[in-house]
Design a protein around this ligand. Sequence first.
Ligand SMILES: [Zn+2]
Length: 271
Amino acid sequence: MGTAAKRIARDTYMLTDTLLGVSQFLLLGGERALLIDTGYGKKSLLKKVKKLTSLPLVVVNTHLHPDHSNGNKFFEEVLLGEGDLPERGIPSNDMVASLCAAYRESSPLLRPLVGKLEKLYTVVTGEERYSPLGASIDLGGRVVRRIDCPGHTEGSVIFADEKEKLLFTGDAIGRAQWLFTDAASTTAGYAERWERLSPSLISYREMWISHSRKPLEIGFIEGFVAALRDVNPENCKKIKLKGAEEPILVHVGKYGGAGKITVWAFPGQVR
Ligand SMILES: [Zn+2]
């Protein structure tokens, strides 16, 4: 158990939580290093970062979810998209709280387990300072640009590394797309956003996502957009979430080279 480091490009490392599988990314520039996401809050991440670089560190979150931000406590300042600044409220915490309350009520024997899961999946903020991201971050000979991508959360951001031509997309795109954790977008609106972004992303080599150790090809976007457009309540599986008023709709489809893609959304988001 701990954090595994893998070099994925020049001066670029993927840091993966070996127990829970979520990855963070460390980009080294000439004057500063950029840490993209801080994981569940394990000290092994901090140790690994210190081993890989002694450069001053800029810390950013792709979005404010516990598997991306609960290690923020190790740092003085964290930059993130305005829509996810904690002072605006943390929708995923509200969802986790009502889900856990419903399980405590219906299944008293599960209470110890529910307590542990609630702790793991709740965003915790502390002494660290939160500031909005600027348009880009200059690491010294390496500029990383911010691309807004509200959907998975209101403040979700993609980081575009202009030197190595890599994208770091957090949970904004993937083979299992959750839109229900925040009501930031409809399925059609999210499809449009990615369709609009797509031409400007062609020059990048690949997309590194947080919940896979392999990157996605840029061509994956085409299948992803098609999957979002295909979401139709009549063809979806319905999953009842305890504590939620409506079921979650789950669309599953196969999209050529992009493979199997699932999209999860509340009924009100499907249009
Ligand atoms: Zn997330």
